[in-house]
Design a protein around this ligand. Structure first.
Ligand code: SF4
Length: 288
């Protein structure tokens, strides 16, 4: 029996998809270990033998050290109810976007204007542009970093430097475009020299992030690096102790992982973020 004419093209498509998948895994530092689908977060695998450092897992483009502390917590977050998604197409909402989205956009736009004029902390004097965040107001996934770096301060957009390019690849690894998630930082203004945010600065700025989360109500939050994780989860523990499992913020599942800027300096830990982002994917697929 003659095979369907589409068969060779199907094979070619499958081979291209496989090659793309392997390319993404290579980008994460995976060299030879297939990740079992039923075990996205395995115990320490042979390819994780490279030395780990949780002492520099921070968040701006050139983040400094954040000492890890304390044993891992045991808390797991519970699934929560969320109405059926009414996500518009990626990118800016067209005029025909679902009506349910419009109040969210209006709230975020008003908040963005407030942030642009904010002088609550001394960073207002040194910033160039505020970086409110961007993405889909109906996003199922919200990604939260630490603070804008130089590129972000110049453009007013989050994660546009080299760390941002890596974040784009990380999202692509689970089939997400940047426009399909909402990306924000704890601080909306760049700390001079990309130093770590001060506790007073975080205290001043966190209400903006809390309000963003409250408006967007994502299914999953992925915190990038220790400062963002510590702020959102109100913990002093390091990212090494917090990553690899779920936590809870106001009924929303939180998955901490390393900051892309840290991964650029410590590529051996990319495989751990690969595991974390697979956990995010699994949670989204489960419709938590
Ligand atoms: S960092 Fe936050 S609190 Fe400080 S000036 Fe900028 S927007 Fe305001």
């Amino acid at each position: 029996m003659t095979p369907p004419a589409e068969a060779p093209r199907d094979r070619e498509f499958a081979l291209r998809a496989l090659a793309k998948h392997l390319e993404i895994e290579r980008a994460f530092g995976v060299r030879s270990l297939p990740i079992p689908a039923e075990s996205p977060i395995p115990a320490e695998s042979p390819i994780e033998r490279a030395p780990t450092s949780d002492s520099a897992e921070g968040g701006t483009e050139t983040a400094a050290a954040h000492p890890d502390a304390g044993p891992p917590e045991t808390g797991e977050s519970a699934p929560r109810e969320k109405p059926e998604a009414t996500s518009p197409p990626p990118g800016e909402a067209p005029a025909s976007a679902p009506a349910a989205t419009d109040p969210k956009r209006a709230q975020l736009a008003a908040m963005s204007r407030e942030v642009a004029g904010c002088t609550r902390c001394p960073l207002a004097k040194t910033r160039n542009l505020t970086v409110f965040g961007e993405g889909d107001p109906d996003a199922d996934l919200m990604v939260i970093g630490e603070a804008p770096g130089a590129d972000e301060d110049r453009t007013g957009r989050p994660f546009v430097g080299k760390a941002g390019q890596l974040l784009t690849k990380i999202l692509a690894a689970i089939g997400l475009e940047r426009e399909q998630v909402f990306i924000a930082n704890v601080l909306k203004c760049r700390p001079p020299g990309n130093r770590n945010p001060g506790p007073d600065e975080i205290a001043c700025c966190f209400p903006f992030l809390a309000a963003q989360i409250d408006v967007i109500r994502p299914r999953v939050i992925c915190t990038l690096g220790a400062p963002a994780t510590r702020t959102v989860l109100r913990t002093e523990r390091g990212i090494g102790a917090m990553r690899g499992r779920t936590h809870d913020y106001e009924g929303i599942v939180v998955v901490p992982t390393y900051h892309p800027a840290y991964l650029l300096r410590n590529p051996a830990d990319k495989v751990k973020t690969w595991h974390d982002i697979q956990l995010v994917q699994k949670l989204l697929q489960q419709g938590v």
